[in-house]
Write a new protein. Structure first.
Length: 319
């Protein structure tokens, strides 16, 4: 696997590997529907070398899900994947998603899985649906949902995205990896897709609350455009992290997925760096500005009229 990097991701120490949440070769039950720890559905096909979520064919979707809920408070997931196909520039799609959610094995419109989910999703989006976007694709983004948010494909999930980055991860001749680390409320996503055997920062967010007892999974979908979406391995590591004493009284299974942000994800606008910046003037903001301007004009007019009237009265007394 790839080497550790400045974000202090684990080096893949085998003693902390949680095999009940890991998918590795040789896959047990390859070529059949019987896998002891994993369920798959849709177009997913298990071979001796990879788990293909979708073939390079139109209108396909597939997923694979761990059967065992994860009760680790601090964990790190290393994913070895490959996205490839015959499509040339902007003629491929749609992408792959990695999940840590309450729901499992529920097909839907979000890269082959359900919308309005509970938990965490990391999207590896390979096609820009929003023609006005300034972002460079493929694009990796993170979303935390308590079931109330809807993923907007037409805007590539921009309104619900927490952060993201561009990553040249498609049709590479070398291995491509992604790491998701969750520890003490901090979510870190890093990539190793440049054949440098080192992690590169993509997403780093504090204030993330995720419960225990959710499931890991991966899904992919194709539409009018297509790609092969392959999972080669998913390795979960337990992180040995000290928590304050008050954490022992918390029921971690009852925590609602949430993020404490200084600004709403809906303030996101196109930014090739994936960073937050102030959003454009929406219709509501324009209305408020015009209302404030109108009130200001009225106040100035009233004050001006009062001052003019007093001057007139003063002039009359003078004459």
């Amino acid at each position: 696997g790839p080497a550790p990097a400045p974000a202090e991701l684990t080096d893949g120490n085998s003693e902390h590997l949680k095999r009940e949440h890991s998918l590795m070769k040789p896959y047990q039950g390859a070529g059949s529907a019987a896998m002891p720890l994993w369920d798959f559905q849709g177009s997913t096909m298990v071979t001796s070398q990879y788990v293909r979520l979708t073939p390079d064919e139109r209108s396909r979707e597939g997923s694979i899900w761990n059967r065992v809920p994860c009760f680790l408070k601090d964990w790190e997931l290393h994913v070895h994947f490959k996205i490839h196909g015959a499509g040339k520039k902007n003629l491929h799609g749609d992408g792959l998603a990695l999940w840590y959610t309450q729901e499992r094995l529920v097909p839907g419109p979000v890269f082959g899985s359900k919308d309005n989910f509970h938990g965490l999703a990391i999207f590896l989006d390979t096609y820009p649906n929003d023609e006005a976007t300034e972002r460079v694709f493929p694009y990796i983004s993170a979303m935390v949902n308590n079931g109330s948010l809807t993923y907007d494909h037409s805007k590539d999930g921009r309104w619900t995205e927490l952060a993201g980055c561009t990553a040249d991860l498609r049709n590479q001749n070398h291995d491509t990896f992604l790491a998701i680390r969750y520890s003490r409320g901090r979510l870190t996503v890093m990539t190793d897709v440049e054949d440098k055997n080192e992690w590169k920062n993509c997403i780093d967010i504090a204030g993330v609350q995720l419960p225990t007892g959710y499931f890991f999974g991966a899904s992919a979908g194709t539409g009018d455009l297509s790609d092969n979406h392959d999972i080669i391995s998913m390795k979960l590591f337990q992180l040995m992290v000290e928590h304050p004493l008050e954490d022992e009284t918390v029921d971690w299974t009852k925590i609602e997925p949430s993020v404490s942000l200084l600004k709403s994800p809906k303030d996101n606008v196109d930014d090739p760096t994936g960073n937050f910046r102030s959003g454009p003037l929406t219709g509501w903001k324009v209305f408020l500005l015009l209302l404030c301007a109108l009130l200001g004009i009225i106040v100035c007019a009233v004050v001006g009229a009062v001052v003019f009237q007093k001057r007139q009265e003063r002039n009359k007394r003078f004459y």
